[in-house]
Write a protein that binds this ligand. Structure first.
Ligand code: ADP
Ligand code: MG
Length: 238
């Protein structure tokens, strides 16, 4: 079980307010997509949820507990970035098992968990390879695998597919949707790509200038955009 609530979240960098009072409810096992133009605050919001950035004010709750002061490693979340940031000198198996090693998990248990994850992601034949011998899509799968092995209650994705070519992006969207089913996990996914938002989300959160413009299902936003910005961004013909 993993729910997330944001209550009146504000983020200021120096004198500039970049997140201006965001409220949001993410339900258990929901796939929520943050969408909006570059600079609207998607990454900042995600980084505050992850604990990589502190909120200036407001509350972040996971399963009803305020976690603002809880460190990133203790939040039970895992984040996947656009840049894969794999360790170049380690094999796929060691990359995927590294966080478990740091957590003191035994070698046998690491091996079991990494193999199980590799099977889900179809990475088994690649476990002995180094990152430089992988394609972009394979590297991104390893980065996702690294998140899965930690059994996070909530996955956070920050534009994970934007470095991939168009065909691979389509394939990875399908894989992520399958993964969401298989893992029964709550996922929050950031993108500036309207098509990704429309095809992947249970719920879309449209952001502009640090403000939530509208929250709803893809069809609700498409058919009933609250304003011109949402209509333009989600692509309804109105
Ligand atoms: P997005 O991910 O939607 O493109 P960001 O969350 O990265 O947007 O940025 C939102 C705003 O906050 C931008 O105006 C950006 O310049 C600003 N910003 C982000 N991080 C910092 C920082 N560490 N210091 C100052 N300003 C920042
Ligand atoms: Mg960003």
């Amino acid at each position: 079980m993993a729910t997330l609530q944001l209550r009146n979240i504000v983020k200021r960098f120096d004198d500039t307010q970049v997140i201006k009072g965001v409220d949001l409810d993410v339900n258990d096992r929901e796939f929520v997509v943050f969408v909006g133009p570059s600079g609207c605050g998607k990454s900042t919001l995600l980084r505050m949820i992850a604990g990589l950035e502190s909120a200036t004010s407001g509350d972040i709750l996971i399963d009803g507990q305020r976690i603002n002061e809880v460190g990133p490693a203790e939040r039970g979340l895992a984040m996947v970035f656009q840049s894969y940031a794999l360790y170049p000198h380690m094999t796929v198996e060691d990359n995927m098992g590294f966080s478990l090693k740091l957590a003191g998990v035994s070698k046998e248990e690491r091996r079991r968990k990494v193999r199980e994850t590799a099977e889900i992601l179809q990475l088994e034949p690649l476990l002995d390879r180094k990152p430089k011998a992988l394609s972009g899509g394979q590297r991104q799968r390893v980065a996702i695998g690294r998140a899965i092995v930690r059994n996070p209650s909530i996955f956070l994705f920050d534009e994970p597919l934007s470095n991939l070519d168009a065909a691979l992006r389509v394939q990875m969207r399908i894989e992520l949707a399958r993964l969401h089913e298989a893992l029964d996990a709550t996922m929050i996914y950031v993108t500036h790509d309207q098509i990704e938002a429309m095809t992947m989300a249970d719920k879309i959160v449209v952001l502009q200038g640090g403000v939530v413009e509208q929250v709803g299902s893809p069809m609700a936003l498409y058919h009933h955009p609250r304003n011109r910005f949402v209509a333009g961004f989600i692509g309804s013909p109105k």
